[in-house]
Ligand binder design. Structure first.
Ligand code: MG
Length: 346
């Protein structure tokens, strides 16, 4: 089997270059020079973010197809742009590759990365390839644009503001749990114990392997000026709610009954001795968005995000004056656990 070491760095870069399509007009100089050159956004600000994706820390090759790895490395970065209300403009990719990586896997990684890049209009404008003595590493930098007064931050929430979340939560963490339990659930499908025909299982695996950054919802919410604060859910709802409230200088109450999840995530939460919302609260890998919205702006928020079909938003709690973070279940209020990380490969 041909490996990346057989081809060498130059041939790999040529292969990567050949796979990228034509660049949009704001890219003055793309891949192939010493640095990329892009036109600044007209009347806007640059929004920059970077995140690395490390084998056996953030993913396992036995659990994800190469295209999933490429997709997710980019998705986690685009999710951060979404949380800032920014529109992607360019991405950079550093690949640190073990010598024995098969060239077909290299091609798969690039394919998954570029397919999402095209959909998100985030052209790959440069990067770098180096040898790894150990794990496979993808290091991504994303550049976005936002209007000065439309940038979403974590810090604008006020007591009384409602918390709204996109999509359903806990699916990514459920996908990871399924893979941890059943090592034979490889990237190609299921097993007798967890047949791939189980729609809920397949959906959770898909969410874990290919999270969809909520770029459009983030952008529409930012443009509507109805949002006071925003964060993406890379490490679960509890951690995100706590970070947003701390940055805003408020406390936070999450309402257990309101948290949107799915039957598979609920079942796995209970199997591990928790309540049905355990994975939604403390699992990671959902990459949904959490918004703080003043009740006065609720209508305009719903009008803006309602036009992004498929994501849907649900009210899950509120910011409060008293510092701290709680989970409300009926009449009882318990402190939110500080977020354990055993569900996560990190
Ligand atoms: Mg984030």
């Amino acid at each position: 089997m041909t490996t990346v070491a057989d081809l060498g760095e130059r041939a790999l870069i040529a292969r990567l270059f050949a796979a990228t399509g034509p660049a949009p007009a704001h890219v003055a100089i793309g891949i192939g020079d010493d640095a990329a050159v892009i036109e600044p956004p007209r009347g806007g600000l640059d929004v920059l973010t970077t995140d690395s994706f490390v084998e056996d820390v953030h993913f396992r090759r036995g659990w994800c197809a190469p295209a999933d790895i490429g997709h997710k490395a980019l998705a986690v970065n685009l999710s951060d742009l979404a949380a800032m209300g920014a529109e992607p403009r360019a991405v950079l990719l550093s690949l640190i590759l073990p010598d024995a990586l098969p060239i077909v896997d290299f091609d798969g990684i690039i394919e998954g990365f570029l397919a999402l890049a095209r959909r998100a209009r985030a052209p790959l404008v440069g990067g770098n390839i180096a040898r790894s003595p150990g794990p496979l590493i993808l290091d991504v930098t994303a550049v976005g644009a936002a209007r000065r007064r439309r940038v979403l931050t974590r810090s604008g929430g006020r007591p009384g503001h409602e918390l709204w979340v996109t999509g359903r939560l806990g699916l990514g963490a459920a996908g990871l749990r399924l893979l941890e339990r059943d090592a034979s659930l490889g990237p190609d499908g299921g097993t007798a114990e967890s047949p791939p025909s189980d729609e809920g299982v397949a959906e959770c695996l898909e969410r874990y392997r290919r999270p969809e950054p909520r770029l459009r919802t983030g952008l529409l919410a930012a443009r509507s000026r109805s949002v006071s604060a925003c964060i993406d859910l890379s490490d679960g709802l509890a951690a995100a709610a706590r970070q947003l409230s701390e940055a805003s200088g408020t406390g936070v109450v999450l309402e257990a009954q309101a948290i949107p999840t799915c039957p598979t995530a609920e079942r796995l939460s209970r199997d591990s001795g928790g309540s049905g919302t355990e994975l939604a609260l403390n699992g990671g890998d959902d990459y949904e968005l959490l918004f703080a919205v003043s009740p006065r702006r609720r209508r305009s928020f719903l009008a803006a995000t309602g036009s992004d079909r498929g994501s849907g938003v649900t009210r899950v709690g509120r910011l409060v004056t008293e510092a701290g973070a709680w989970l409300e279940e009926g009449d009882s209020r318990t402190p939110l656990s500080s977020g354990f990380e055993h569900f996560q490969l990190r």
